[in-house]
Design a protein around this ligand. Structure first.
Ligand code: ATP
Ligand code: MG
Length: 286
């Protein structure tokens, strides 16, 4: 894209400025695990992420405005409103997993929420909770209390973000559960538009930003198989890789299995054939 200013690269996305007000977000097929981008790509993964985000943006517009303007015919590029991003990750958790499980075991608390005694790993929480984190520019994000998050974005703004994030999670979690997928937790990013209004941005409710578990295999009391990256994680565990850069090449079997799982997540959640999305990405915003 020679005539467009490249304004940034994330682990998964490339960002280009279309003009002062609009960005082009291009989701690549890169995959990261344990926060390391692997040398092997998963074909169409970027399209799955783009299509799912656009699907959810379209269905949650009534709950919260979002940055989506258009999905391009390539299925991996999103034209969106350019925002001033808030410096926090807005995580909502309905189940006890990952860093929340670690914090709970140590202190019975997560981000200042005191939880009941006796919860097991992966157990459903009494209520979904908002557990913000810092946006680490390098390394892992760190959980912070709501007071700490309030110091970063303002208390009133944080209260609004928490309310919206919880509403979005509740909507998506019940939508997905009917389709056989547990949304154990998810991360949202919000930004401010030119008038200071809060807008949902980035990707939303994708396998990369969420923990999706197959509902029919759900067994609290231990870690759950992840819907999408389990092949990759299992493969990496079998190698002698120490989980720092550079990661291992994936085998063709792992690539094919992972691609199939991403596509399955897309199809189960949207009810749309992935082939139909490839033929015309507008099917997800209809
Ligand atoms: N509407 C928007 N305006 C401005 N910046 C945005 C907008 N939507 C998303 N972004 C930013 O674009 C980047 C998306 O790239 P990507 O997801 O690859 O990055 P990353 O967050 O570093 O990776 P990871 O998601 O694995 O942590 C993020 O920094 C995100 O905050
Ligand atoms: Mg990201």
């Amino acid at each position: 894209m020679p005539d467009m200013a490249h304004v940034g690269s994330g682990k998964v996305r490339e960002l280009y400025a279309l003009d002062d007000e609009r960005l082009l977000l291009v989701a690549t097929d890169r995959i990261s695990t344990f926060d390391v981008v692997l040398p092997t790509e998963i074909p169409d993964k970027g399209r799955v992420l783009t299509g799912l985000s656009a699907f959810w943006f379209t269905r949650t517009r009534g709950l919260c405005p979002n940055h989506l303007l258009a999905v391009r015919p390539d299925g991996r590029s999103t034209e969106c409103r350019r925002l001033q991003m808030l410096p926090i990750e807005c995580v909502v958790r309905g189940y006890l997993s990952g860093s929340a499980w670690k914090d709970y075991r140590a202190t019975r608390e997560i981000c200042g929420h005191r939880l009941p005694e006796g919860l097991r790993e992966s157990e459903r929480l009494p209520e979904p909770i908002f557990t913000p984190a810092t946006k680490a520019t390098s390394g892992h994000d760190e959980n912070i209390t709501r007071a700490q998050a309030g110091a970063l974005v303002g208390a009133a703004r944080l209260a609004e973000v928490e309310r919206l994030a919880l509403a979005l999670y509740r909507f998506a979690a019940s939508y997905a559960l009917v389709r056989g997928i547990i949304v154990a937790d998810t991360k949202f990013e919000f930004g401010l538009d030119g008038d200071g209004r809060l807008v949902l941005a980035d990707e939303a409710l994708t396998p990369d930003s969420s923990r999706f578990w197959p509902a029919d295999a759900y067994t609290p009391g231990g870690p759950q198989p992840s819907f999408d990256k389990q092949f990759v994680r299992d493969f990496c565990e079998q190698t002698s890789w120490n989980k720092t850069y550079p990661g291992p090449e994936l085998s063709p079997t792992v690539v094919a299995g992972t691609r199939a799982r991403y596509v399955e997540a897309f199809e189960r959640l949207t009810g749309i054939a992935f082939e139909a999305y490839l033929a015309d990405p507008r099917v997800v915003v209809a």
